[in-house]
Ligand binder design. Structure first.
Ligand code: SF4
Ligand SMILES: [Zn+2]
Ligand SMILES: [Zn+2]
Length: 307
């Protein structure tokens, strides 16, 4: 397995052939730069907020994008949210702190306990007792997004950089399709979603065309310390189920995930056009942007008896 560009020993096999460490890191970074340029993900005037979980994707994207932002003299900072998943998130957030200190990125950490008085696991316990039909990951995602958006805005961000990669995007596309949530598909794609509101910080995905495997290899080659084990709750999620099935299909029909993304890229602009008409209002309870009078976080917290 020799590098198709320079003949050195390869470290990763891509569809077009193998690449050595040096050629691969160049290839990976160029792919991210190209995505940023092509989809105009941010400009020099933007203040960037890295939504860091401390996992490989969020650290890889922060590594590449912070380099560009530093060269351009742009303001940037990172936010991490500790949902209280024991033996997992606190370890990732340690990696995140180390990473930010090393790269000189200002960082802020917020916790579910401070915000909601309970961890994600304690909130889920209440949901189970009250027989509320919600999964651990849905609950976690809804409550985390509110903290991220509000704090990024309060700290002056104009764009939120997230680590979603090609695999995440394919999974999300299929999950939405399977659940009939076509409107949610309009929020996909590398650039900001259909929803526009002064209180909403648009999310950008520079790793949109980078696979899970590529991102993992990149972090290893760059010596970025990352906890590679998944969240213990992920195994019970619909995402994990879709991921497993996709892996089976990809094994039998290589290139399937890339084809899905290439098709999604063509469909998303039409979906954005169709669904950008739905108005975004301010939640009557918390003031965060919402499709309904009361946002998902507030209505979920109300059901749980926490507000
Ligand atoms: S896998 Fe689910 S529970 Fe775990 S951090 Fe992610 S969204 Fe939260
Ligand atoms: Zn090479
Ligand atoms: Zn609200």
């Amino acid at each position: 397995m020799k590098c198709i560009r320079c003949g050195r020993p390869g470290v990763i096999k891509l569809q077009q052939g193998s690449l050595c460490g040096k050629c691969f890191t160049e290839y990976f970074q160029k792919k991210v730069y190209k995505t940023i340029r092509k989809y105009k993900l941010f400009t020099k005037r933007d203040t960037l907020c890295f939504a860091l979980s401390g996992g490989k994707d969020s650290l890889a994207v922060a590594y590449v994008v912070s380099k560009i932002a530093r060269e351009r003299g742009q303001r940037m900072f990172a936010i991490g949210v500790d949902e209280g998943v024991k033996n997992y998130r606190e370890l990732q957030l340690e990696d995140m702190k180390r990473f930010c200190k090393k790269l000189g990125i200002e960082y802020h950490i917020f916790t579910f306990e401070e915000e909601y008085g309970k961890t994600n696991e304690q909130l889920m316990e209440i949901a189970r007792k009250k027989d509320i039909d919600i999964s651990q990951c849905t609950l976690c995602g809804i409550l985390r997004r509110r903290i991220l958006n509000r704090e990024a805005r309060n700290l002056g961000a104009t764009k939120m950089v997230v680590g979603h990669n090609l695999d995440d995007e394919v999974q999300t596309s299929l999950m939405n399709l399977f659940k009939g949530s076509i409107e949610l598909m309009a929020r996909l794609g590398p650039s900001p979603g259909a929803a526009k509101h002064k209180n909403f910080i648009p999310r950008i995905k520079p790793l949109y065309f980078c696979t899970d495997k590529e991102t993992e290899v990149f972090t290893k080659l760059k010596g970025i310390k990352v906890l590679y084990k998944p969240c213990p709750h992920r195994k019970d999620s619909f995402r994990e189920y879709v991921d497993r099935k996709l892996e089976e299909i990809e094994k039998d029909y290589p290139g399937t995930k890339t084809s899905i993304i290439q098709n999604m890229i063509k469909i998303i602009p039409m979906l954005k056009k169709e669904f950008s008409r739905s108005a975004i209002v301010e939640c009557e309870v918390c003031g965060e942007p919402s499709k309904k009078r009361i946002c998902k976080s507030c209505s979920t917290l109300r059901k749980l008896g926490i507000s």
